[in-house]
Design a protein around this ligand. Structure first.
Ligand SMILES: CC(C)(COP(=O)(O)OP(=O)(O)OC[C@H]1O[C@@H](n2cnc3c(N)ncnc32)[C@H](O)[C@@H]1OP(=O)(O)O)[C@@H](O)C(=O)NCCC(=O)NCCS
Length: 174
């Protein structure tokens, strides 16, 4: 991973998305077709990890969101306004030849650090993500995220409290 660039916002003039293949065509397609539009419309920012030649090897999209307090787990809802301010990690994918090398985890660590910075400036109680499927949910749980409904195996909504970021980053770096 040493020759990869640090996470940076997608720059269509420098980053090559053409060959990106995460094994999930919907995620690959979104990167190619919609990431730029969402940036221009201020609806999502896409962060990428790129190779020195500009090929994107991983991406994550971020947007501000709000959680319905009535539907939130107690740990999010307790003493919070309605809705509860949060950061949405909308999509995350790693190019298949680079999978299993810690790149996805490194991008999540970057997102957590971003959430901590946002929280200092504008308040953000949690990071939320909707896992693509049960296998992806297990990956998020492995990183420390909590399912909204732990006893429902089909539920793919997960969260991490901003107050848990520091301990989670420590655990990820170990
Ligand atoms: C899921 C994905 C983002 C993971 O990225 P990655 O760079 O391959 O993952 P990392 O190398 O950072 O993580 C590997 C770690 O996760 C663990 N892991 C991998 N799959 C797992 C799973 N299904 N459940 C639990 N843990 C899992 C590995 O054992 C490893 O643990 P370790 O660091 O303790 O050794 C990537 O495989 C991907 O893009 N998949 C297709 C798209 C997708 O499913 N995205 C999720 C969006 S919700």
């Amino acid at each position: 991973m040493t020759d990869l660039r640090r996470p940076e916002p997608l720059d269509p003039s420098r980053h090559d998305r053409g060959g990106f293949d995460s094994g999930e065509p919907a995620l690959d397609d979104w990167l190619r077709r919609y990431a730029g539009q969402n940036r221009r419309r201020d609806t999502a920012v896409t962060w990428v990890i790129a190779a020195p030649d500009g090929q994107v090897v991983a991406y994550a999209s971020l947007a501000m969101t709000a959680i319905d307090r009535g539907a939130a787990p107690d740990r999010i809802a307790k003493r919070a306004p309605n809705p509860v301010p949060a950061l949405l990690l909308g999509r995350l994918a790693v190019d298949r030849p680079h999978a299993g090398l810690g790149i996805g985890t490194a991008l999540v660590a970057h997102v957590l650090a971003t959430a901590a910075e946002l929280n200092a400036k504008a308040a953000c109680r949690a990071i939320v993500v909707t896992a693509l499927h049960a296998r992806a949910r297990a990956w998020w749980e492995h990183l420390g995220f909590h399912p909204f409904h732990p006893y429902d195996p089909t539920d793919t909504d997960l969260y991490l409290l901003t107050s848990e970021i520091e301990a989670t980053l420590d655990a990820l770096e170990r």
